[in-house]
Design a protein around this ligand. Structure first.
Ligand SMILES: [Zn+2]
Length: 351
């Protein structure tokens, strides 16, 4: 099996005094690793531009606080440069969510873990596009508010259940992006094997509907976060978690929403969308695994990948040996041939 090398692997190697020429020539490079190697020009010396941009970010306390920490300590953390920086990041993500129409009214919420069982989160009844750092709240993992003058979001329990269940989740973002929410309303999981970005960064599942803000809702979402980082909440919206930072959790939304739009457009073009092969998907899954992103397909055999039988608008499984019968999948070859013939006729008239 080929070794997967990420940009971080290369940076670690350089920091340890290694030479990029020692990397295996047949290794699979992630796109950022390829860019980094190009920037290095094969000299093996990192330029300042590729060192971590976050070096000037305020550091978290050396010893993480928890919900049992003394009130003055929690207040000091809440008012620290470290938390102020995170509050600014949350405001910025809120602005992007609003500008992209992923939130409506006071909808959507964001949380960032700042200790063992404590998190910063957005307030209730404030548009995500116009938040200020002073609006943020500090809560424990039971949802009790510890600091902040505004009341915490009513949907915080779901974020906290995710953080409790998924120890790697450092940030969570919830919103209602229309295309992805359309899939959540229809109860349709987006098909696979169409766009590499989606395969590498997203791992989607659908949680059943429950009243927003209830413990049951959080429970049903949390049940999925072991193997998925992006959960479609039936008849509601989407929530995503990241093991990196809040911007990365937000990126899951952009990637999912763009993907759902693209899939809908391709489904309307009167032609069977092309998919990439299971072997090509396996390369992407290797990159995904090296980035630490979960996916229930990690470790599956090639013939078990790219099964789109659940996706109704005419997408066939890319793996013939495992494809279900076309009739059983609601696909009629005769009707499809007729549509194809008519499409070709129209296209030839347009030429
Ligand atoms: Zn919501």
């Amino acid at each position: 099996m080929k070794t997967v090398i990420s940009a971080k692997d290369i940076q670690d190697l350089l920091r340890a005094g290694g030479d990029v020429k020692s990397l295996p020539t047949d290794a699979l490079l992630t796109p950022s690793a390829r860019d980094l190697l190009r920037e290095l020009g094969g000299h093996g010396v990192a330029k300042p531009a590729v060192t971590s941009e976050k070096t000037d970010s305020p550091m978290p306390p050396a010893k993480p606080l928890n919900s049992k920490s003394r009130k003055p300590e929690l207040e000091a953390l809440f008012n620290s440069a470290y938390c102020h920086d995170l509050k600014l990041q949350i405001c910025e993500i809120g602005r992007r969510l609003w500008q992209r129409a992923y939130v409506d009214g006071n909808g959507g919420n964001v949380a960032v873990r700042v200790g063992e069982d404590i998190a910063l989160c957005t307030p209730t009844l404030v548009s995500k596009g116009f938040m200020k750092p002073d609006d943020m709240c500090l809560v424990d993992f039971e949802g009790n508010q510890l600091c902040g003058t505004k009341k915490r979001t009513s949907e915080i329990l779901m974020h906290l259940q995710i953080m409790k269940r998924q120890a790697r989740a450092v940030a969570t973002v919830h919103c209602h992006p229309p295309y992805a929410t359309g899939f959540a309303v229809a109860g349709v999981e987006p098909p696979t094997c169409m766009i590499p970005e989606f395969e590498v960064f997203s791992s989607v599942a659908i949680a059943p509907y429950r009243t927003p803000g209830t413990p049951e809702m959080g429970q049903l979402v949390a049940d999925l976060v072991d193997k998925h980082n992006t959960i479609l909440m039936a008849n509601h919206g989407v929530v995503a978690w990241s093991h990196n930072n809040v911007e990365d959790a937000y990126f899951k939304m952009e990637i999912l929403e763009a993907y759902c739009r693209t899939v809908l457009v391709s489904a309307q073009l009167g032609k069977q969308p092309n998919t990439f092969t299971a072997l090509q998907l396996q390369d992407l899954l290797k990159i995904k695994q090296s980035l630490g992103i979960p996916d229930p397909r990690h470790g599956l055999k090639e013939c078990e990948l790219c099964d789109n039988a659940e996706w109704r608008p005419g997408v066939e499984c890319a793996v013939t040996s495992k494809a279900t019968s076309p009739i059983a999948a609601g696909y009629d070859p005769e009707a499809e041939a007729a549509v194809q013939a008519i499409t070709e006729q129209i296209m030839s008239q347009l030429k």
